[in-house]
Ligand binder design. Structure first.
Ligand code: NCD
Length: 315
């Protein structure tokens, strides 16, 4: 039987659950080409998305994700407009559906959106026609972050399948953890989750995932540790005794790193609570790829925009 080529043309990117291993491969392969373009210096501007327009609609704060989506669109030659909820008609009470329909009426090709409610991006795919790219919906999903995590791991480790990745901290409120779990298990990574009992959901009970109450158990022999930010803005009070206690029991510091492999790779999606979930020494140590994640974020977002809006024609 003839193999049908994988294509993401016209596909909305809502959650990693909706991606096959082949689609993930296509995004990573495209991101390698995009990264070369970003790094080659000189003129980075391509014409892949010339004539296309993209709106970034952010209802929650963002530094990395919003800026990298904006630059990604611009490097590909698209027109990009960013809307901040604080300075738009959203403050006048306009509903999400009406805001989306207003943006659609202006003829945009894609809407990159971040929203505090789980399901907002999925709702958008049903409300309007442009491609929707989920840049984070509440505690649900953050697919471009999971893809950039995979990309960073593969670049540093040379492979994905068979690696042991520990994801530690506030699993319950983390859309990054959720998207990582789905993306990583699809490519054959062994995932180990650890955090305080109150921040450890039970629903990750599937093949390829082990849930630990002991941090040391989860990171022993790990190839990669992904440290999550404590999501204080999504928590009710009292989920852990105090920040000092959290840092002592679950913080990633030099002493803890010795349990993992010597060449363990450290990831953190940012922004970091320094001294709480991660120590400064770990953030700036040689094995830390936190800065690289940021650059890889631009490459992954270029890949996603090019593949969904243009079918992918990176030269
Ligand atoms: C993450 C997010 O917004 O979900 N940050 C990011 O996109 N770089 C993680 C976080 O806020 O902790």
């Amino acid at each position: 039987m003839e193999r049908v080529a994988v294509s993401l043309l016209g596909k909305s990117v809502v959650a990693m659950e909706n991606f096959s291993a082949e689609e993930i491969r296509l995004v990573l392969d495209t991101a390698y080409k995009m990264k070369q373009i970003i790094r080659r210096g000189g003129d980075k501007k391509l014409s892949n998305l010339r004539g296309k327009s993209i709106v970034n609609l952010f209802y929650e704060p963002s530094t990395r994700t919003r800026t990298s989506f904006e630059l990604a669109g611009k490097y590909l030659g698209a027109d990009v407009v960013s809307i901040n909820s604080g300075t738009s008609s959203i403050v006048k009470g306009e509903s999400l559906r009406d805001t989306l329909r207003t943006i659609e009426a202006m003829g945009v090709d894609a809407i990159v959106m971040r929203h505090k409610s789980e399901g907002a991006a999925d709702f958008a795919t049903r409300a309007v026609k442009p491609v929707i790219i989920n840049a984070g919906d509440g505690a649900h999903a953050h697919p471009s972050q999971a893809l950039l995590d995979l990309f960073t791991i593969e670049q540093r480790k040379g492979r994905l399948a068979g690696l042991k990745v520990a994801i530690v901290g506030d699993i319950l409120h983390s859309r990054v953890a959720r998207s990582d779990v789905y993306a990583m298990t699809k490519v054959g990574i062994e995932v180990h989750l650890a955090g305080p009992k109150t921040l450890l959901p039970r629903f990750f009970d599937f093949d390829g995932v082990t849930v630990h109450e002991s941090l040391d158990e989860a990171i022993t022999g790990a190839d990669v540790i992904n440290v999550l930010r404590i999501q204080l803005e999504r928590q009710q009070a009292g989920l852990f005794p105090s920040t000092r206690e959290y840092a002592r029991v679950f913080g990633i510091n030099d002493a803890r790193l010795s349990l993992a492999k010597d060449d363990v790779l450290i990831l953190h999606p940012g922004p970091q609570n320094k001294g709480l979930e991660i120590s400064s020494e770990v953030t700036y140590c040689e094995q830390s790829a936190i800065q690289e994640q940021v650059q890889n974020g631009v490459a992954i977002r270029m890949a996603l925009l090019d593949l969904t809006l243009n079918g992918g024609s990176a030269k």
